[in-house]
Design a protein around this ligand. Structure first.
Ligand code: OGA
Ligand code: NI
Length: 357
């Protein structure tokens, strides 16, 4: 065991945090993106800003207003596969405590974090850097800890025991996000004209993976990224960001920076909702830019229907004019795909599209 950790430390593993702390004036070559994939920061200055939707979720609980909020959600999902929510019911103190615990975790000495390092995507708790340090051809300026989070009691003992507050604080945030995700899945089902509890059983049994991401200040933010363009595989992702950095691709295939909205959480549709809605909604393609001046933290709560459950287009949305456009797939199929393919080259969901249009 010690041998493995030592060889990882010696050979291949170097976190973005360690690079920043060592004061490198430039990013190492492995982080340099081909020119066409660079973020072109600042290129949009002066361009007309796209306004991204911000939805007041408290209005969902007001019977007279619910249907207009559902309509807003429908518009946002159709246009972007993305929206921000305010008044979502998660107390600011829960959010702040989770961010504090994450800050403390990434500030731990390298040796402590290396206890959890793994390149195996099937591991329920995994510390890492980039996407997968052992296979990435280009590296991304990100460190992360990912852990299964639902049901909490099943997984929490395996979570980091340092800092000592981590399990409690991140656990509270994970539980609160799980409750919020159920409300969102109901609203999204309703917005498709399905029963509110269409996915009820699946969301009860579904999984929640919390990806806690750290993007340290980067000496050359113009030629690297924190995460490459991708869509999330699950049903939906609830994202908490400590500052601006996320960009989403709009329907004209232009990158739009997601503004930091105090107290808001970001909702992104994943591939499972795209398949379930038979493409009426699309999963949102997004990427992360990094900053020269500050470190950014994020919590991506990745919600997914059960591991083995095959997801297919909802029969209610299929008729003579709307043939099923996707093959069915499960979370397990996705994990197998990312273990053996380069998902920066081809998105998993593109392998599911049928040629019947
Ligand atoms: C992710 C992700 C975005 C961010 O973890 O899948 O897209 O801002 N994160 O960290
Ligand atoms: Ni993502």
């Amino acid at each position: 065991m010690e041998e493995t950790i030592k060889s990882l430390l010696d050979d291949s593993f170097e976190s973005a945090m360690a690079l920043t702390n060592s004061g490198v004036p430039q990013v190492p070559d492995r982080y340099v993106l081909p020119p066409s994939q660079r973020p072109a920061l600042g290129a949009s200055i002066g361009a007309k800003e796209t306004t991204l939707p911000v939805i007041d979720l408290s209005l969902l609980h007001q019977p007279l207003l619910r249907s207009s909020v559902i309509h807003e959600i429908n518009m946002a999902c159709k246009e972007f596969g993305f929206f921000q929510v305010i008044n979502h019911g998660i107390p600011p103190s829960v959010v702040k405590d989770a961010l504090d615990a994450a800050t403390q975790f990434f500030d731990l000495p390298v040796e402590e974090k290396m206890l959890l390092v793994s390149a195996n995507v099937h591991k329920p708790v995994r510390y890492g850097t980039s996407l997968n340090h052992s296979t990435d051809r280009v590296h991304y300026w990100r460190d992360f800890i990912k852990h299964y989070s639902h049901p909490l009691s099943k997984w929490i003992d395996m979570w980091p025991s340092n800092p000592p507050c981590y399990k409690d604080k991140v656990g509270k945030y994970a539980e609160a996000t799980h409750v919020l995700h159920k409300q969102l899945i109901e609203a999204i089902s309703e917005s498709l004209g399905l029963e509110k509890d269409y996915l009820h059983e699946q969301t009860e049994e579904g999984s929640q993976v919390m990806a806690v991401n750290c993007y340290p200040a980067c000496p050359e933010p113009d030629i690297t990224l924190g995460m490459p363009p991708h869509s999330d595989f699950g049903s939906l992702t609830i994202l908490l960001q400590s500052s601006q950095g996320l960009q989403i691709m709009d329907s004209n295939e232009k990158w739009v920076s997601v503004p930091y909205v105090e107290g808001a959480l970001i909702v992104q549709l994943g591939d499972q909702v795209e398949v379930m809605s038979n493409g009426i909604y699309k999963s949102v393609i997004h990427r992360v830019t990094v900053s020269k001046d500050y470190k950014r933290l994020s919590f991506a709560s990745l919600h997914s229907l059960p591991l083995h459950k095959k997801i297919s287009p909802a029969p209610e949305l299929i008729d003579v004019n709307n043939a099923p456009a996707y093959e069915e797939f499960s979370f397990n199929d996705f994990l197998d795909y990312i273990s053996s393919n380069d998902c920066v080259q081809q998105r998993f969901i593109d392998t599911l599209k049928k040629n019947n249009s």
